[in-house]
Design a protein around this ligand. Structure first.
Ligand SMILES: NC(=O)c1ccc[n+]([C@@H]2O[C@H](COP(=O)([O-])OP(=O)(O)OC[C@H]3O[C@@H](n4cnc5c(N)ncnc54)[C@H](O)[C@@H]3O)[C@@H](O)[C@H]2O)c1
Length: 262
């Protein structure tokens, strides 16, 4: 894809790692001024510096309203506004439902759902002043479309992101704002988020091979599979797409796997 983002201003949350890192890199390469926003400020700053553009790192805890107000002020004062927001920061815990600690539940709702809500709300206030078309992309999950017996909290938080996205899309359209809002629903992506799961396997490759058996195309996703879709949804090529849930799962949710052993 050759979309030109020259001069556009973007905030990528969770930009220090995985999908967010790849997205920040691709947006910067395409000409964006990028704010790499992450709770891990040191890593965000190193990522921004390595982009060799005017991109900057910013310490943002997405669950903090105050932090969101600060990052919007930074976007306005440093670059003049905001055109693109990618809500990518996220956390996940797998738990037996009956034993799930309340703090796991609260943390996932707070970061994954409240963080995305705050980002959309604060971004719209700035984006509606932009003279360019604006786009918000929220990273949900296939777990935001279907449940999982050991990921009830994660799934609930990501399901909330799915519905929040549709409401934000309709809100912006209804107000006549040139702001689109879409969600992305990846299957497993080989990032640091999988590290705690990998610890319970003989090796990371064994884990990835096992996960790949659930994906019809035969592999898990890599960050660039997701970032390319994010860039498309942010681009003018996607001007008529809003409130959409884009599934990137190699066919995992499409249908029932063949039972060759029957
Ligand atoms: N990796 C997967 O298998 C997978 C699958 C579906 C969806 N997702 C979603 O994709 C998104 C990106 O995940 P990833 O795989 O790149 O994970 P990752 O762990 O590589 O990156 C997540 C980033 O979010 C940051 N972060 C965590 N809490 C934060 C907070 N409170 N405020 C700001 N930043 C915070 C982390 O520091 C990290 O840099 C997440 O929303 C995740 O739920 C991941």
């Amino acid at each position: 894809m050759t979309a030109n983002f020259s001069g556009k201003i973007a905030i990528v949350t969770g930009g220090a790692s995985g999908i967010g890192f790849e997205t920040a890199s691709q947006l910067a390469k395409a000409g964006c001024h990028v704010i790499v926003a992450d709770i891990n400020f040191d890593k965000a700053t190193k990522v921004a510096e390595a982009l060799h553009t005017d991109s900057i790192g910013f310490k943002l805890d997405v669950s903090s309203e105050e932090n969101w107000i600060d990052v919007m002020t930074c976007a306005k004062e440093t670059f003049g506004g905001l055109d693109i927001l990618v809500n990518c920061a996220g956390i996940g815990f797998a738990d037996n439902f009956e034993d799930m600690p309340l703090d796991h539940w609260n943390a996932m709702i707070s970061v994954n759902l409240t963080g995305t809500f705050l980002g959309c709300q604060k971004a719209i206030k700035l984006m509606k002043k932009s003279e360019k078309p604006c786009a918000i992309v929220n990273i949900s999950s296939i777990a935001g479309l279907v449940g999982g017996e050991d990921i009830a909290g994660y799934s609930a938080s990501k399901g909330g992101v799915t519905m929040l996205t549709k409401s934000v899309a309709l809100y912006c359209a209804g107000k006549g704002y040139d702001i689109r809002c879409n969600s992305i629903h990846p299957t497993y992506v080989d990032t640091e988020m999988l590290d705690p799961i990998a610890d319970s396997f003989d090796s990371r490759q064994v884990m990835l091979d096992g996960m790949a058996t659930q994906v019809p195309v035969g592999r898990v996703a890599v960050p660039s599979d997701i970032s390319s879709a994010i860039l498309f949804l942010c681009s003018s090529e996607a001007a008529m797409i809003t409130g959409h849930q884009m599934v990137i799962d190699g066919g995992q949710l499409v249908g029932i796997p063949a039972q060759h052993t029957i």
